[in-house]
Ligand binder design. Structure first.
Ligand SMILES: [Zn+2]
Ligand SMILES: [Zn+2]
Length: 347
């Protein structure tokens, strides 16, 4: 065949011209010379077609993906290999280099393109909420009828942080823009209500107690009549602690375990275990704290009673032997608690 462009007669023809003349004006790959990408300067979220993507990619990866997305390869190309490189960053512009090799009608060809990717930095709606201190819920961490201990506040801080890290995988508003440290307890401001509830439940799981939500109307949208609410979530942990002595249904008990669903306590009269569900704990009265336990020793013993010395006034006290104290020996050191003029021997 005869090529009208170059006059050759021994080459493979593509349409009206030979393959070499065809490839002279052919490009395998099209890509714009300039590409713009809008990202959030705080979290690297990317704006695409009006939507902010969840991805939290490093800038380099965002540039590579922008190049990939803008490449169109001609249908005639086979076995293509494309190499993307960032030559250098000039301010917010990445000067990139795209190299391609492939086969067209069995002939291997290669080409390269220079592309500038401009990164436009802005602030995504989530980050602007965070910057503005936006929050949907406030967790009021308090103890019932007592002040919180330092260790309880520190533990609560830890739980709030841990829960928010876990939540941040599925909730962009899982953050705490502010903690108000008040005399009566801590107020944790939480970005979303969803994560606020998770935090409240995590606190209750650790300390026990009661959760109560109260919505407060912040503002009203005049056109729709819909209100914007913020939810205050009160987490009230119990007044009693493990080791404390309580009165419940006329029994004197020592608290052994505070769990997320119940309180376990031991009856001081007969060593029986009581399991009290949280809904019934309102009736609990604290009669003595664990710090009030006193130590003394056994001075004599009969089959039914043991005698001890009152550690304060050294008077002799007779106590009935219980199943758990029947093996006590004279001279043994024992722990006692005085409640309402009565002395209980502890195990
Ligand atoms: Zn030709
Ligand atoms: Zn952002």
């Amino acid at each position: 065949m005869f090529c009208p462009e170059c006059g050759s007669t021994d080459k493979k023809m593509v349409g009206d011209v030979c393959i070499d003349c065809f490839l002279k004006d052919y490009t395998m790959l099209t890509i714009p010379e300039k590409i713009e990408v809008t990202i959030c300067s705080h979290c690297n979220s990317k704006l695409e077609e009006g939507k902010w993507s969840e991805s939290n990619l490093p800038e380099e990866e965002i540039i590579y993906r922008a190049l990939e997305r803008n490449i169109t390869i001609d249908d005639l190309v086979e076995n293509e290999l494309i190499d993307l490189e960032i030559d250098q960053m000039k301010g917010t512009i990445a000067e990139c280099y795209v190299e391609a090799t492939g086969e067209v009608y069995g002939k291997e060809i290669s080409e390269s393109h220079d592309v500038d990717v401009r990164i436009l930095k802005t602030v995504c709606p989530t980050c602007s909420k965070l910057q503005a201190g936006y929050y949907e819920s406030v967790i009021q961490f308090r103890a019932d009828e007592r002040e919180l201990h330092k260790w309880e506040c520190e533990k609560a801080d830890e739980i709030v942080e841990r829960t928010l890290i876990k939540q941040s995988k599925s909730d962009k508003l899982a953050y705490c823009p502010q903690i108000a440290k008040l005399k009566e307890g801590y107020d944790y401001y939480i970005g979303s209500l969803k994560s606020g509830r998770k935090v409240a439940n995590a606190l209750k799981d650790e300390f026990g107690g009661h959760i109560k939500e109260s919505p407060r109307l912040i503002s009203e949208d005049k056109s729709t009549g819909k209100g914007l609410y913020r939810i205050w979530i009160s987490v009230r942990i119990p007044k009693f602690e493990e080791g404390d002595f309580i009165k419940y249904e006329n029994n004197i008990l020592q608290v052994k375990d505070i769990g997320k669903n119940r309180v376990v306590a031991i009856n001081l009269e007969n060593d029986k275990k009581h399991t009290i569900p949280w809904k019934d704990t309102e009736e609990i009265e604290v009669v003595k704290k664990e710090e009030d336990i006193e130590t003394t020793s056994i001075i004599s013993k009969s089959p039914t009673t043991i005698q001890i010395l009152d550690p304060v006034d050294y008077s002799v006290i007779d106590l009935e032997i219980k199943e758990s104290t029947k093996n006590a020996q004279i001279g043994d050191e024992v722990k006692i608690i005085k409640i309402n003029n009565y002395v209980y021997l502890l195990n």
